[in-house]
Design a protein around this ligand. Structure first.
Ligand SMILES: [Zn+2]
Length: 327
């Protein structure tokens, strides 16, 4: 073979290699493939990632995030993920680790893997942190602190920042895009939080009962007082004696509000409300928890709207009967 032919071929090969590297990178790097355990993170990842990311959530917003069916199709989705964003603090302990192991994806498979994003590390005010050794013998599903931190909208900001940083690491070319999207997300969320704060302000100090200890962050933020839970312990179904005690306590303290996530059993809470003359509210507590709740903003619009709506009616009714105009 003549020398210039060899050179020609080498040039051709080089061009092919460059082309294919560019092409493959262009394909794989076209969009960052994000899988989230629960939909709140998917909503925020979409806000931050815009058209540079493909995002799916494994669990739906109307499912109890502690107990999700580990479907085989989730393994396929996890196998292709560049980033896995999950809640952590053992929220998904019963279903996610199994799927992640099955997916055999080194980008996400270990805690130290680049694409393995435990969003709880972005949160500084975890409630119910254990003071002693962790003990599951009582069946508590919150042994490492209360994992339901996304129900305080203020926590959406550090989570969004963390997601923006992780997206930038996975896709450095678009880092400034993610940063800018984070800035506008945080600006909008701060503005909405102010509005929601104002709407909730008249009801500060409201005493309430919930089903599971998942509304603690919400009630902390709203200034509500949770005086009891329908579950005797997180993850343990109510017993008749516990329910009877709770009803007694509610009556003696004159507690008139029962709020539960819409994925919990509704019968016992509604009976408790009926027996105590309390308002019973079943609310969506995750993005996708109800039709029309497509974003983290929609979620709190709905939650704040439902709570203030019910309390306004209750106040109105109390004033009405106190004034004696109803006979
Ligand atoms: Zn929980």
């Amino acid at each position: 073979m003549k020398r210039h032919t060899i050179l020609k071929r080498l040039t051709l090969y080089t061009a092919l290699i460059i082309f294919s590297v560019f092409f493959i990178n262009g394909e794989a790097g076209a969009k960052v493939n994000v899988v989230t355990s629960v939909p709140d993170f998917a909503s925020i990842a979409r806000e931050i990632g815009g058209d540079k990311v493909d995002v799916i959530s494994l669990a739906k917003g109307y499912q109890d995030p502690h107990f999700v069916d580990a479907k085989p199709i989730y393994i396929t989705k996890l196998n292709r993920a560049d980033l896995l964003i999950y809640n952590g603090l053992d929220l998904e302990l019963g279903w996610l680790p199994l799927l992640v192991t099955g997916a055999r994806n080194s980008r996400i498979s270990t805690l130290n893997a680049e694409g393995n994003v435990d969003a709880s590390v972005f949160i500084t005010n975890i409630l119910d942190l254990p003071t002693g050794p962790i003990d599951r013998s009582m069946g508590d599903v919150h042994p490492r602190g209360n994992p339901h931190y996304m129900l305080d909208p203020r926590n959406g900001i550090p989570v969004a920042k963390g997601i923006a940083e992780k997206l930038s690491e996975a896709d450095p070319e678009n880092a400034s895009y993610y940063e800018a999207n984070y800035e506008s997300f945080a600006r909008l969320l701060n503005m909405k939080i102010k509005e929601w704060d104002e709407e909730l302000a008249p009801y500060k100090g409201t005493e309430m009962v919930s089903y599971h200890k998942n509304l603690e962050y919400l009630s902390e933020w709203a200034g509500f007082k949770e005086i009891g839970f329908i579950e005797p312990k997180p993850g343990i179904p109510p017993t008749p004696s516990h329910v009877a005690e709770l009803i007694k306590k509610m009556k003696s303290m004159d507690v008139k509000l029962v709020i539960v996530s819409n994925y919990y059993p509704q019968k016992t809470p509604s009976i408790i409300a009926e027996q105590t003359g309390a308002v019973f509210l079943s609310i969506p507590t995750q993005v996708g928890g109800q039709d029309g709740i497509d974003t983290y903003f929609d979620l709190f619009d709905a939650i704040v709207g439902e709570i203030t709506g019910a309390l306004k009616d209750q106040k109105g009714a109390a004033n009405h009967s106190a004034s004696g105009t109803d006979g």
